[in-house]
Every structure is written in C-alpha cells, then in structure tokens.
Design a protein around this ligand. Sequence first.
Ligand code: GDP
Length: 181
Amino acid sequence: LELPHLSFFAGAKIPSSFPPERVSEVAFVGRSNVGKSSLINALADTTVVRTSDKPGLTRQINFYAAGKIFNMVDMPGYGFAYVKEEEKTQWRELLSRIFIFTYKEKNIKNFFFLFRKGVEIQIVLTKCDMVIPPDLARRYVVVKEKLQHYKNVADDPLMVSARKKTGILKLRKEVLRTVDA
Ligand code: GDP
C-alpha cells in the first residue's frame, strides 16, 4: 500500500495566499519536534519534508500534491492565535474537508476552534518506540477516553513510530480512506 508521489507545490504564511482547494486535503498539525516531518516521510516512504524546509520562527504552511488525488498540508503548530477573525473563516474553509493529525492529548482542545461539522479528525500519538508497552497501553486508554467527549474525532488514537515504522501502514490506510483513494 503506497501513497501517490508527493510533490511540494505551494507554501503560504496566511490563508489568503493558500492555493485553491481543488482536491481533498489531509492536514497534519502538531507542534515542532513532535515528529511530524518524520511521520510524513514515513507515510510517503521517501524524504518529502527536508529538515532545511522546516519553518523556524516563520510559520509556513506547505502544500504537497499527492498525485492528482489529494493534497497533504503540513501545518506547523496549531491554535493560530495570531490569526484575525476573517482569516479564521478562511482557515475553516481550508479545514472543511480535512483530516487532522496531532499528538498531545492535553493540547487537543487548543485547535478545536477550527472544527465544524464534517471535518474528520484523527489523533496520532507519535514516537511510540520511546514508551514501554505497558505505559503505551495506559496512555492509549487515557487518550481514548478523552476522545469520546469530542465530535468528529475518530474514537481510537493511532499510535505510530516513524523510527520503527510501526503504525505507519495503518495511518496510510486511514489517509487513503479519508480521501476516498
Ligand atoms: P517535527 O519538528 O515535528 O517535524 O519533528 P521531526 O520529524 O523533525 O522529529 C523531531 C525529532 O524527533 C528528530 O530528532 C527525530 O529524529 C525524532 N523522531 C521523529 N520521529 C521519531 C520516532 O518515531 N521515534 C523516535 N524515537 N524519535 C523520533
């Protein structure tokens, strides 16, 4: 099971410069250092996001075309507190067909302002190789319990390790299912 070839086609700092949404979009949201780039590369099974492309202080949103089927959107950070009201509307537009990925259950609420009906959200716990299996099992239960309180969020968090390649196939399947590919 493979994703279509991913190629970078646009970078934007504000919603008004986003490329038009012609196909479904799958967005990846997560704090810097959470392992998002590694995960996108693991999903693509090649180096799509280079370290040098990573935004430092500049927060840029990168768009990658997955063939002609869908776009992957790499969104650094979340919450976007600096965004003005009219831009928030555009964010919601962008996110209206999006599947969101993030990691820290205690931060889940921070980007819930982006939600509206029809947005599918999948929580992904990254770097699972760093946690011993009994702890991982406990965390899974805690996160799963919290997810029950939110609409539009998949019941089960996915647990992945880009390093050990665990959970990658499952997430890849989930991405493809979301975009009907
Ligand atoms: P990003 O800032 O969210 O894009 O995170 P990166 O993908 O650059 O990863 C941040 C750091 O975490 C790097 O040092 C990676 O080598 C490390 N990392 C990424 N994925 C994993 C993983 O699955 N397991 C472990 N142990 N480390 C990881």
